[in-house]
Design a protein around this ligand. Structure first.
Ligand SMILES: NC(=O)c1ccc[n+]([C@@H]2O[C@H](COP(=O)([O-])OP(=O)(O)OC[C@H]3O[C@@H](n4cnc5c(N)ncnc54)[C@H](OP(=O)(O)O)[C@@H]3O)[C@@H](O)[C@H]2O)c1
Length: 263
């Protein structure tokens, strides 16, 4: 995502809790993009965004380095272990909700003065766990967290409509992250054949393309919507299609479904 944003001409501040991981990501991205190692276009600042003051400090840091904050992409979180609710500690369960939901809500709150000033946009990150039951997995905390992010998207979008700040949410589907890819590659070496997950996973570049589309004016006037990388329509959507979706307050949102026979 950061690579795609840089390539589109933007400057980026990466946030996360682990300074070394951030520095490694920064070096790798600059190298991949053939930018000098000292490039001021990509900065990073460590901090737990679910903790008091850290999201505000991240925004202040961005403003020390750049003239404005135009977009906010909150991807912090993830799923954690596949544990039943009664064997997972309450602390671990709550940490999943905190890292996904609180980090995102706090980052959005801290960025609002800048986003209002620049009529910018926000992107949250949900997951399929928000709306389809994962029947063979133990993911209650993940489901709660990702469903909360869908409603945060929906509700905040209404709250910010008159400010001209758009809020959307990506459902990336299955995307390789560094840990998954390392595991799959190790299994492939052992088996000597392509891993079956290769058929289902998206490339990070594809998720980045959707993320950039949702943050940029290309997706206006869409706001408050959940768009999945598996959706076929967004790549070819015309402004008139997006206006039609936006006119329907329920389209591409998390809602209760009522069976046809009870309507
Ligand atoms: N990969 C997939 O197939 C997939 C599918 C659906 C949804 N998603 C969602 O996509 C997002 C990225 O996932 P990923 O697969 O790339 O996993 P990941 O590598 O574990 O990314 C999660 C990121 O969130 C950061 N983070 C977590 N808690 C934080 C906090 N409190 N403050 C600041 N940073 C925090 C982590 O950095 P530190 O640990 O260094 O802080 C890490 O960079 C997640 O929200 C995940 O749920 C992924």
């Amino acid at each position: 995502m950061a690579r795609a944003y840089l390539r589109a001409g933007g400057n980026v501040v990466l946030g996360g809790r682990d300074r070394r991981r951030l520095e490694d990501a920064r070096s790798w991205i600059l190298q991949q993009e053939s930018l000098p190692a000292a490039s001021p276009r990509l900065c990073c600042r460590e901090g737990d965004l679910a903790h008091d003051g850290q999201a505000e400090a991240l925004v202040a840091f961005a403003l020390q380095n750049f003239a404005s904050v135009d977009h906010l992409a909150c991807f912090a979180g993830g799923g954690g272990a596949d544990d039943p609710i009664d064997t997972q500690s309450a602390g671990d369960w709550e940490a999943i909700v905190r890292n996904n939901v609180f980090a995102s809500a706090r980052s959005a709150r801290a960025s609002l003065p800048e986003l209002r000033r620049n009529r910018g946009s926000v992107l949250f990150c949900s997951g399929g766990g928000a709306w389809f039951p994962e029947t063979s997995a133990h993911h209650t905390a993940y489901a709660v967290a990702k469903a909360a992010l869908c409603r945060l998207t929906d509700q905040l979008a209404f709250e910010l409509l008159s400010d001209g700040v758009r809020v959307n949410c990506i459902q990336p589907g299955m995307v390789w992250n560094e840990h998954d890819l390392a595991r799959v590659e190790a299994e492939e070496r052992a088996r000597g054949e392509p891993h079956p997950m290769r058929a289902h996973n998206h490339r990070p570049e594809d998720a980045a393309e959707l993320a950039l589309w949702l943050l940029s004016e290309c997706s206006a006037p869409l706001s408050g919507r959940l768009v999945a990388l598996d959706d076929p329509w967004w790549r070819t959507a015309l402004r008139i299609d997006l206006e039609r979706i936006q006119a329907d307050p329920h389209a591409y949102t998390l809602r209760r479904s009522v069976p046809d026979w009870q309507r």
